[in-house]
Design a protein around this ligand. Sequence first.
Ligand code: SF4
Ligand code: SF4
Length: 229
Amino acid sequence: MVEPGRRSEAWEVGPCLSPQDTFSFVCAGCGDCCRKRRDLVLSGYDLYRIARRLRLSPRIVANAFCKSYIAPQSCLPALLLTPDPKSGNCRFFEGNACVIHDARPLACALYPLGQSIDPITARTEYFPQLPLCGVCAEGRTLQDYLEDAAIPERTGIDARWAVVCTQISDALLEAGGLEHPHFTAATRRIERALYLDYDLGDDFYPQFQHNMETLMPLLRRLLSPSNAG
Ligand code: SF4
Ligand code: SF4
């Protein structure tokens, strides 16, 4: 998945597809996209879904399976799923299958599609990452593929995530980014709001909304020019 709020430039991509466009890809189950995987950056919703699947708190999953870092473009805290140290494969790849299949991250559910979300309008577009793997099945559309991968039911959350991450990133960058004296305090608080402060007994989205309503005024105070030293 791309850095929060940003589109990946790392892939060669095909033209954006509309829902009724032909998309004849079908996964062949080879598992190649799970081997030696190094680029799985999780959203807060990805982490929440994996945490629920494993019945562990988001904080425990983040500490056990992820590397936390500051994304260079956005200055946002981000979580990279780290590979298994012995095999180098994704940690959830066992016996040639994903053991968290129903809770797999968005990037995995989409693959080999990429997703682009406009940070202002939340318009969501899909584009193939080339060359395509898998096999061809005639008569299928992008919409068929997205529905099979359960993408439409989470698109609203993913779009809102992209919009909010962009707003937070803009606030951090306008305040001077890493140079701001309260940058570390701000990013710790952002990490909690985006990823960690979630009760698995409750739905993700209302908690995300609540976390953002609490975070934004706090950030405004923390990052205000009068607090810049
Ligand atoms: S989370 Fe599952 S689908 Fe994604 S790379 Fe790991 S094993 Fe593969
Ligand atoms: S998405 Fe592609 S690389 Fe991954 S298991 Fe399916 S065919 Fe193989």
